[in-house]
Write a protein that binds this ligand. Structure first.
Ligand SMILES: [Zn+2]
Ligand SMILES: [Zn+2]
Length: 380
């Protein structure tokens, strides 16, 4: 009789371990598949050979000073599984990270920087079929007053991008901008970025048919004759997020707070310059950690891409973009919600405790001792 009871206890324990194992595998690996499988590449009217690019922002890999080890482990694992599952299921040709890759790049020591870069390469590992482009954010090199040539150089060494660059893929021009350097105070770094942007603007204008025949265009480098898509960390100037809508827009208590120029958003001057010089067909930016769609001057669409990390958003997301030389289409792909994963873990913990109480009766021994003691007392 005792053997049969012991055997059934073991069976229950094995079942508990199996169920908890399944919950763990589901929450840490499997859940990313059904969630990301709901996303698909947006369709354009023109279907011939579109360029497919994925945009994410503000992963904020925690550093050595502020990062708690569990926070780091949990959130970095979430980003790694999200990114790797998205690459596997969606197979983008290009991935753009719109800055704030690191949380403490602005003050990390050489050793901590190297450790952050090692983890970055592991989380955002990709095959040679996908091109990864990383833009500068204020947390990578500091705000304008903290930005130094040393920090820029170490960023450039890893990501090959520090000031401004035109990247052309199948006739689609992406203008990559170090928006931290668009402070407008003519500091040497800012001036060199501005000079570069001005010369790119001239080259792009000369590359369009209307300007190509002009004299000053003769020796100019040419690009695909289509307005660029601007990619940068800071959003263009807007007064606040009051007009932003959607489930991942800023929370209501933050939405009406006025933005500070050169801190939350670019200055009005720098924003006007970018729009005037490039007449972009789209702008994608990060930094606010929340989603927003803005039409500047009623015609230039800017998308604020929310943070990719659970640390900044319960429901992170990324943007899928399909591009041709004359058209584009965008869609948003949401990742699993952190609160749902915590709810699954909590419910399975409650169920496990109930099973233990009902089937294994862990206090049975204690009850038996109490009962026998009471019995002895009575007999006295
Ligand atoms: Zn950020
Ligand atoms: Zn930022």
């Amino acid at each position: 009789m005792y053997r049969v009871r012991a055997k059934s206890k073991w069976t229950v324990m094995v079942w508990i371990v199996v169920i908890l194992g399944c919950v763990f595998i589901f929450c840490e690996y499997v859940v990313y598949f059904p969630v990301i499988l709901q996303c698909s590449w947006p369709e354009m009217a023109e279907k011939r050979d579109p360029l497919r690019a994925l945009f994410l922002s503000d992963p904020h890999l925690l550093g050595a000073i502020r990062g708690h080890w569990f926070d780091k482990l949990r959130r970095e694992w979430q980003m790694e599984r999200s990114f790797q599952t998205a690459l596997f299921l969606l197979r983008p040709e290009m991935v753009f990270i719109l800055g704030d890759v690191f949380d403490e790049g602005k003050w990390s020591s050489t050793k901590d920087w190297e450790d952050d870069v090692r983890r970055f390469k592991q989380i955002f590992y990709h095959s040679s079929n996908t091109e990864l482009v990383v833009l500068i954010g204020n947390h990578d090199i500091g705000f304008h007053h903290e930005m130094t040539s040393y920090k820029l150089e170490r960023f450039e060494k890893i990501f090959n991008m520090t000031s401004a660059k035109i990247l052309t893929k199948r006739g689609v021009n992406f203008l990559l901008v170090n928006s931290v350097a668009l402070h407008g105070d003519h500091c040497p770094i800012c001036q060199s970025v501005e000079d570069k942007l001005y010369s790119f603007a001239q080259q792009l204008n000369c590359s369009t048919q209307s300007d190509a025949t002009r004299n000053h265009c003769r020796d100019m480098q040419t690009h695909a004759s289509t307005p660029p898509i601007i990619l940068q960390h800071y959003p263009l100037y807007r007064t606040s997020d009051a007009e932003c809508t959607g489930e991942d827009a800023a929370p209501l208590n933050e939405r009406y707070q006025l933005f500070q120029e050169r801190y939350d958003v670019l200055s009005q001057d720098a924003s006007k310059k970018l729009l005037w010089w490039f007449q972009p067909r789209l702008i994608l930016s990060g930094h606010t950690h929340s989603s927003c769609e803005v039409f500047h001057e009623n015609r230039f669409l800017e998308i604020s891409v929310p943070s990719f990390s659970w640390r900044n958003h319960n429901n992170p997301s990324f943007i899928l973009g399909t591009f041709s030389t004359s058209d584009f289409a965008l869609s948003k792909c949401f990742l699993p919600e952190e609160s749902s994963i915590i709810a699954v873990y909590c419910s399975s913990a409650v169920v496990t405790v109930l099973i233990i109480l009902v089937h294994l009766r862990p206090f049975q021994g204690a009850l038996h001792i109490v009962n026998s003691l009471l019995g002895k007392k009575k007999s006295l």
